[in-house]
Write a protein that binds this ligand. Sequence first.
Ligand SMILES: [Zn+2]
Length: 119
Amino acid sequence: MRRPLAHRLLLGIRIALPRLPGGADAMALWPFMLVKKGPPLPAWIAHHERIHFLQQLECAYVGFFIVYGIEYLYLRLWRRLSHYRAYRTVRFEQEAYQNQRTPHYLATRKPFAWARRKV
Ligand SMILES: [Zn+2]
């Protein structure tokens, strides 16, 4: 059975690399899901990256990286948070971390859910 286009777009094309920036296990650059070579990726990590896929599509892709970068720099330079705290506070990450273990989240998620969060 053929999957709907929206579903196929969110599955992503996995590319295994020996290492990723910052020691990450996976990274979403729609339509590519960059993953660290090794054991199979846990389902919740793939789900986390799929939430980022949707965010990237909502922000016309480049907007995601602009908002992400501005928020991260604001949190690091203005609010003086550590790298890890700033990373976890970026609103895209708040949404992804909060819902990464909820399997049906993508089916029930409201558009631009990340925008309702506060940094
Ligand atoms: Zn993330």
